[in-house]
Design a protein around this ligand. Structure first.
Ligand SMILES: O=C(CO)COP(=O)(O)O
Length: 245
C-alpha cells in the first residue's frame, strides 16, 4: 500500500522557543486530518529533543534532515542514526539538493546514508530532481534515472520514501505544473522494483496548490519547505481537500 506522507522540511529555521509556538498553533488543526495521512516534521537537529518530548503520543512523526553513515567516529558536525532513533526519529531526508549543492553530497554518499538509515530502522526520504539547465536541455529523465540507479544500490525499497524535487521549483514560487510532476513521478515509479514506495512532490508547495497536486494519481504526498514553517499554512496543506476540480 502506498502511504500518503506529508512532511515539513524546516531547513535551518526555528529555535526551540519558535518550535513550541508553532506546535501551539498547529496541533489543534490535526483534529481534522484524516488518519491515513502521515504527518512528519523535520526540524533542525537542535529541536529534535524538545519535539520528541512534546509530540510523545501525538500522530506527528519526527524526521531529521541528514544522517551520517557511521555509527560514531571522528566526523565533526555529523549526526548518526542511533543518535536519531534515541529521540524517536522515524524519518530522515537524504540527498536534498541543498546538501548536494552546498555540502558536497554525492550519489555515493547519498547511497551510504540511505543504507545506514535503514540499518537502524529509519525510513529515508530520498530527494531527486533536476536543475533548470538540465530541464531545458531535455535531461530531466536521464538525470533522475542516473540518480536513482546510483543512490538505490542495495537499498531496501520496502522502507523508503522518494521526493521528486525539481531544483528550479524549490523556494522560488515557481511550482512544477501538477500534471508534469505527476508524469515525472510516474517515471520514477517505473524505475523502482517495489510498487508500494510512496513518492512525494516538493518545490513551492503552498496552500493554494496542494489540492491540485494531491489530486494527481501518482503523487503520494508532499515535502514542504517554506509553507511548513507557519502553522496555518502547513495545516491547510496536511488538510488538503480531495475533491479538487
Ligand atoms: O526543498 C523543499 C523541501 O525539501 C521545498 O522548499 P519550498 O517548499 O520552500 O520550495
Amino acid at each position: 500500500m502506498r502511504k500518503i506522507v506529508i512532511a515539513g522540511n524546516w531547513k535551518m529555521f526555528k529555535t526551540q522557543a519558535e518550535t513550541q509556538d508553532f506546535l501551539q498553533g498547529f496541533l489543534p488543526h490535526l483534529e481534522e486530518t484524516p488518519p491515513e495521512r502521515e504527518v512528519v516534521l523535520c526540524p533542525p537537529f537542535t529541536n529534535l529533543n524538545v519535539l520528541s518530548k512534546s509530540l510523545h503520543g501525538s500522530r506527528i512523526q519526527l524526521g531529521a534532515q541528514n544522517v551520517h553513515w557511521e555509527e560514531n567516529g571522528a566526523y565533526t558536525g555529523e549526526i548518526s542514526a542511533p543518535m536519531l532513533t534515541e529521540l524517536s526519529v522515524r524519518f530522515v531526508i537524504v540527498g536534498h539538493s541543498e546538501r548536494r549543492q552546498y555540502f558536497g553530497e554525492t550519489d555515493a554518499t547519498v547511497n551510504l546514508r540511505l543504507k545506514a538509515a535503514q540499518k537502524y530502522g529509519l525510513t529515508p526520504i530520498l530527494c531527486v530532481g533536476e536543475t533548470k539547465e538540465q530541464r531545458d536541455a531535455g535531461e530531466t529523465e536521464s538525470l533522475i534515472t542516473s540518480q536513482l540507479d546510483k543512490d538505490l544500490i542495495d537499498v531496501d525499497q520496502n522502507s523508503l520514501v522518494i521526493a521528486y524535487e525539481p531544483i528550479w521549483a524549490i523556494g522560488t514560487g515557481d511550482t512544477c505544473e501538477a500534471q508534469e510532476a505527476n508524469r515525472v513521478i510516474g517515471l520514477i515509479r517505473s524505475q523502482l522494483n517495489n510498487p508500494h514506495v510512496s513518492i512525494q512532490y516538493g518545490g513551492s508547495v503552498k496552500p493554494n496548490n496542494i489540492d491540485e497536486i494531491m489530486a494527481q494519481p501518482e503523487i503520494d504526498g508532499a515535502l514542504v519547505g517554506g509553507a511548513s514553517l507557519e502553522p496555518a499554512s502547513f495545516a491547510r496543506i496536511v488538510n488538503y481537500k480531495v475533491n479538487y476540480k
